[in-house]
Design a protein around this ligand. Structure first.
Ligand SMILES: Nc1ncnc2c1ncn2[C@@H]1O[C@H](COP(=O)(O)OP(=O)(O)OP(=O)(O)O)[C@@H](O)[C@H]1O
Ligand SMILES: [Mg+2]
Length: 301
């Protein structure tokens, strides 16, 4: 990973994105610009957290020569939910994928800057991404259970990571993961049936159980409820609330209500820039930047 990161001028939403390196203005100057609707030179709000599980500094992402994320600094606080919001194409999924190196799977994607998990550089060349993706698990927009039984869906990860010494321990992990994902009651008598035979909401909870089964520290969720009905969505939101006792959750959502309900912190992205990050209440009741305000009041996006 390249360590030197150029600071770049942040363009207004109308201007073409520029790659010309310039000196950043002081944060106070950026604050005074906040009402102008221009992308600020510095993220507004506190990008740091007193107890970060992940620390991102100067993160840029390029797809071939097109830059999708610009110089993002952000701490991900331990055992809390942070939501990432912003208009379509602003880079939410791209940034989320940086957190467990899922962008490695995209040939033309290149990430610069630094991201650490509990102090370890996750882009270290020597780092094995398989255990990293167990520590930083991911739940996708569309539930994607393996074409295997419910039991095998959850047992797969613990088995390949050698987390169970015998069948008794594996059974215990499968049961407790399904329990924590709020699914055990519904499936305990049909564990040998295919995971793909469950309803959409149940499949998504199965995918959450699968992520939990390998004892992650962080769970990344990219619009996990967008394919679900309101009842299944409410189940997942309740679950997210319970899971934060033990895990850190980063959720991308297009639903302001969902971000307001489930998260303690909210990050607003615009054209690849992290414009503002703050306590969720603050973002939704008194945003500092005009772009954030326009987005949360439905003026665009
Ligand atoms: N695999 C890819 N190859 C090339 N460009 C990509 C790729 N994935 C994303 N991009 C580009 O990167 C930018 C950010 O995309 P990203 O998918 O991260 O946005 P998003 O905020 O998640 O949008 P949405 O809300 O629609 O999911 C967009 O300009 C997009 O076209
Ligand atoms: Mg996306």
């Amino acid at each position: 990973m390249e360590s030197s990161v150029m600071k770049r001028e942040r363009p207004s939403s109308e201007q073409e994105l520029s790659n010309t390196p310039v000196k950043r203005k002081a944060a106070s100057a950026a604050m005074s610009e906040a009402r102008s609707g221009e992308i600020p030179k510095e993220t507004i709000g506190d990008i740091s957290h007193p107890d970060p599980v992940m620390v991102c500094r100067g993160v840029n992402v390029f797809y071939a020569d097109k830059q999708a994320i610009f110089d993002v600094d952000l701490d991900i606080g331990r055992n809390q939910v942070i939501s990432m919001i912003g208009p379509s194409g602003c880079g939410k999924s791209t940034f989320l994928r940086c957190l467990n190196r899922m962008n490695d799977t995209i040939d033309i994607a290149r990430v610069t800057g630094s991201i650490s998990l509990d102090g370890t550089d996750i882009y270290d060349r020597k780092l094995d991404v398989v255990p990293l993706r167990a520590r930083v698990g991911m739940v996708f927009q569309k539930p994607n259970p393996f074409p295997k039984s419910i039991y095998e869906n959850v047992a797969y990860g613990p088995r390949i990571h050698g987390l169970a010494r015998d069948k008794v321990e594996l059974d215990e992990i499968v049961h407790s993961s399904l329990e924590r994902a709020g699914l055990l009651k519904e499936v305990k008598d049909r564990l040998e049936q295919p995971g793909t035979g469950l309803s959409g909401g149940q499949q998504q909870r199965l995918c959450i159980a699968r992520a939990i089964a390998v004892s992650p520290e962080v769970i990344l969720m990219d619009e996990p409820c967008s394919a679900l009905d309101p009842i299944a969505t409410a189940r997942i939101e309740d679950l997210i609330d319970e899971l934060k006792e033990n895990y850190t959750i980063c959720i991308v959502t297009h639903s302001m209500q969902q971000a307001a309900r489930v998260s303690q912190r909210t990050a607003y992205f615009h054209l690849g820039y992290l414009v503002e990050v703050d306590e969720t209440d603050k973002i939704f009741t008194n945003p500092s930047h005009k772009l954030t305000e326009d987005y949360i009041t439905g003026r665009f996006g």
